[in-house]
Design a protein around this ligand. Structure first.
Ligand SMILES: Cc1cc2nc3c(=O)[nH]c(=O)nc-3n(C[C@H](O)[C@H](O)[C@H](O)COP(=O)(O)OP(=O)(O)OC[C@H]3O[C@@H](n4cnc5c(N)ncnc54)[C@H](O)[C@@H]3O)c2cc1C
Length: 508
């Protein structure tokens, strides 16, 4: 697309721009005056980066006392608060909104996702959503792919006969599928969680690796080389099975769960949820824990009988004082990828063929249609065709998201690739929204689930560890909820004086 044509497309950043990662506001006003501003939305990492760089904050005297302080208001922290019905809790979230990686936004009344997209019928998250008053909507669709400009429906079932490759490559896809479906994960789980997926792909043509590199990076942050094989095999067995997978969501994805939880908690315990509150230090004492946080210009300390850490471990490991070296090292072993979600907003139908479509070999890995689960509802008319382009990035490219220009370039590259993707895709969106995150998705690397995560989640007397990255084997909203359930149970036992079960720490 020519630079001129792009000048007329509105690249959009949502309202919290001033709260985002270092934002140069002068750039924004310059762009606005040319009517083609990029709206960038992102996490606020300024204080976290100061903690990372070793800044020490002076701890003020205790201003309040609570039963429990929850640090982090993603799905895990919010669920923990929900499970703590009879407790006096305080939840601290650094962003101006709750939801973390499960957060949805809205364009003129149409919800779109900035992260977590769908859940599975047999996950705890399904029943939990119903419990909080959300009825999950069936996606009822198998993943398609767009390869060499061709749309392939049902990639891993009927689609295998239509892949735009030579007959021998198509046969390799079929042979691979047969080999993977024959694996008994119950029996070989441990062995395969410690093995890189690439070792199973090495006899096969590179087209297979390319497809799985896109799928793996999007779902668990890792290419085949860095992926624990069991995870990919388990997913293939699900998406290539006889039944259409039981995947569910809402318009804009699983941000609906965070939104609903925040609504319930705000009604139940007004003032107990604090946003714009970045925790900088957690100090365990004999009879309580001190939590120090910065909110606006103020630095405050509260004391609690116990603390649930629902923050990612790269942050947790830096703000807890006196964490054992073994646990700190285990936490630091977890690798996280940078990830942007670029929403292309069209005022006409451009692509509505499948819910989640894989596009190997592009800047983005897959496209999700934001309103898929309501599109066939009585009287529904699609006002905007919003396509969420999932854009996981390599760790070495994280710096690209740190500047506005870098993030704009990522969004522009996504748009360029999309407009070449299939005949009919060369259409200009009315707006392009990019939501960038520096470390949102941990990589499910070989050995992480079996050897590292069991160490990471060990309680530290009055401090308990939630967040999806405590749980495994993959970063999911379900694991975030399960981690909250476990941490709350451990905490209740501790406060009731029930001795913690002796769990052996795995040595790795
Ligand atoms: C692009 C993308 C797509 C995904 N798709 C899916 C999917 O389809 N299905 C699925 O199940 N899962 C998906 N996931 C994974 C899922 O979104 C996460 O596993 C889940 O949202 C994690 O929730 P959490 O509460 O454990 O962690 P987080 O969402 O990381 O929440 C942690 C919270 O802590 C806050 N915080 C951090 N530091 C501090 C501090 N110092 N003080 C106070 N607060 C702090 C953060 O701002 C954040 O809100 C996806 C993830 C991404 C990034």
């Amino acid at each position: 697309m020519s630079a001129n044509r792009r000048d007329f497309i509105k690249f959009v950043v949502a309202g919290s721009i001033a709260a985002g990662c270092p934002i140069d506001l002068s750039l924004l006003s310059a762009e606005t005056s040319r009517t083609n501003h990029v709206l960038l939305d992102s996490e606020d990492n300024r204080i976290c980066h100061e903690v990372r760089d070793g800044k020490h904050f002076k701890i003020p005297p205790v201003a309040a006392r609570h039963d429990v302080v929850i640090v982090g208001g993603g799905v895990s922290g919010l669920s923990a608060a929900y499970f703590l019905k009879d407790y006096d809790f305080l939840l601290l979230e650094k962003e101006p909104h709750f939801g973390g990686n499960a957060y949805l936004m809205d364009y003129r009344g149409v919800s779109y996702g900035t992260g977590s997209a769908f859940l599975v019928r047999d996950e705890d998250a399904f029943g939990f959503s119903q419990e909080i008053g959300l009825e999950p909507l069936a996606i009822n669709n198998r993943d398609g792919s767009i390869i060499k400009g061709e749309w392939i429906a049902d990639t891993w079932t009927d689609g295998l006969d239509h892949l735009p490759y030579s007959a021998s490559i198509r046969d390799s896809f079929k042979k691979f599928k047969k080999q993977m479906l024959a694996i008994d994960l119950e029996k070989r789980g441990e062995e395969l969680f410690n093995l890189p997926f690439s070792s199973l792909l090495k006899e096969y043509p590179q087209e297979l690796t390319r497809w799985w590199d896109a799928y793996g990076r999007s779902n668990w942050g890792a290419t085949a080389t860095d992926t624990a094989a069991a995870l990919a095999i388990s997913d293939l067995q699900e998406i290539a099975g006889e039944e259409i997978p039981g995947f569910y969501t809402w318009p804009g994805g699983l941000g609906a769960i965070s939104q609903k939880l925040a609504e319930i908690l705000e009604a139940r315990a007004a003032g107990s949820l604090q946003s714009g509150a970045t925790t900088v230090a957690v100090t365990a004492r004999r009879s309580d824990v001190l939590v120090t946080y910065i909110q606006g210009q103020e630095i405050k300390t509260v004391a609690a009988k116990s603390v649930i850490m629902a923050t990612p471990k790269l942050i947790t490991s830096r703000i807890i004082e006196h964490l054992s070296e073994t646990q700190r090292q285990a936490m630091r072993q977890i690798r996280y990828i940078p990830y942007a979600v670029v929403n292309l907003i069209f005022d006409r139908p451009v692509f509505n063929k499948g819910y989640d479509t894989w596009c190997p070999g592009n800047t983005f890995t897959d496209i999700v249609v934001a309103d898929w689960v309501v599109r066939n509802g009585a009287g529904y008319r699609q006002k905007y065709n919003i396509l969420s382009c999932y854009t996981p990035m390599r760790e070495v490219d994280r710096f690209k998201l740190l500047s506005d220009d870098g993030a704009r370039q990522v969004a522009a590259n996504v748009l360029t690739d999309f407009q070449k993707l299939f005949p009919g895709s060369n259409v200009d969106p009315v707006e392009v929204h990019i939501f960038r995150r520096g470390h949102p998705l941990y990589m499910s690397t070989p050995g992480l689930y079996t050897k590292v995560q069991p160490i990471v989640r060990q309680p530290m007397d009055r401090i308990f560890f939630a967040n999806t990255d405590s749980e495994g084997p993959e970063s999911t909203t379900n694991a975030a909820i399960l981690a909250a359930r476990r941490a709350v149970k451990e905490m209740k036992n501790r406060l009731a004086g029930v001795p913690a079960p002796k769990t052996a720490m795995l040595v790795y």
